[in-house]
Design a protein around this ligand. Sequence first.
Ligand code: FE
Ligand code: ZN
Length: 515
Amino acid sequence: MDMKVSKKLGLKERYNLMTRDLAWTPTYQAVQDVYPYVEYEGIKIHDWDKFEDPFRMTMDAYWKYQAEKEKKLYAIIDAFNQNNGHLGLTDARYINSLKLFLTGVSPLEYMAHRGFAHVGRAFPGAGPRVACLMQSLDEIRHSQTQIHSLSNYNKFYNGFQNWRHQHDRVWYLSVPKSFFDDAITAGPFEYMIAIGFAFEYVLTNLLFVPFISGAAYNGDMGAMAFGFSAQSDESRHMTLGLEIIKFILEQDPDNLPIVQAWIDKWFWRGYRVLTLVAMMMDYMLPKKVMSWKEAWEIYAEQNGGALFADLARYGIKVPKGWEQACKDKEHLSHQAWAVFYNYGAAAPFHTWAPSEKDMEWLSAKYPDTFDKYYRPRYEHWAKEAAEGRRFYNTTLPMLCQTCQVPMFFTEPDDPTQIAYRESTYHGMKYHTCSDGCKAIFDNEPEKYIQSWLPVQQIYQGNCFTPEANPGAPDFNPLMEVLKWYRMEFGRDNLDYEGSPDQKNFNAWKQAATGN
Ligand code: FE
Ligand code: ZN
């Protein structure tokens, strides 16, 4: 478009001319037909122009800025790849956290791209529209740079090859997938509270900082480069999340209870997804950055506490599940890794029992819980494995109807009792893992009775390839499910000890550093 913009205009006028003034009020269509999703959630907006975009970035500046970052990012990735940077890693165990990231997180980046594009289209206000458009572009770029950075590992290590196929099928990946599917099928305002506020503002540091400092600590320049590149977008995303919640609350007092209910829901949904990050930090990084408990104390208790103190003037309260999440920090990672160790035959990455050195670190970081509740379990499994009986669980666990995590969480005040909650809806029983997940289910049962629960789907026979024959005398359901996952047994799964990844990494590293 040939629009001459005088260089003498101030930043604010220039921004208005390039963004706000490009919007218009429709005349030959009714406004509610153009923006059909904007009213049904009950949120009342009286003046969209009151939304202040704190960045005031124009599209031309956006492209210039992002292109600069892209050039630097790909220069680093190329250098890392061409110099066989993967051989400089602390240990190939680390690579399993990248498999978790590519299968569990990168597809969510892509869904965030779609979600923000949709919400940008659905909002009548030009300010939030432009901010959502830019975030939508950031998010597709995040998924692309992650795929590109991690593709190098796919040349040398197993378990990366079917990440997109697996995202829609593998049992534990239904946890992050259902989280985002839930958000994207909500209305536009709920999506903004779910992703823009609860995820980007309250929880994102607990996802990105551990992964990216984990990458830096363990010698992974590739993942570090995409992390830093995404982090500079993150400040824009966090600001959008905060500005949108303040804007909604300032527009009408009736909005407060709706927003509070979404904060309660999405804090808990997001927190449950972070279970995967907790175990990654405490168990999967050969060189550890900080414990999950320490990360929770810094990024949730301190930063989040300050945020909710600030929002108190709008009447917003700390999310409902907050107190329980703070208690759980002592247990979360240990319980999660125990489940993955159990189901190490059914996941496309390797698991292992923590070494004696690892357990010393865990004891020091969790003086009140690790030795008492979890060390005996891991020592038992390590002993069994040493005697040739590495334990693999072959029965399937019950899943939470809301978060879809296997039911391994314990009661907030009793770590020896598994937490089960039950709801009845239209004569059917549904099970949830916690008060948080039960409240979410009970509030919108019509939505959550539709959950695609991997275990139920396997038992119903929906997770086999067309060639599978359940009537055959030698039919092995687990092997058939793995085929449907496109996982190769003995190569992509099982213990790290004795895996092709371990053998290859050690041999290549020796060849590179030896004579
Ligand atoms: Fe992103
Ligand atoms: Zn749950």
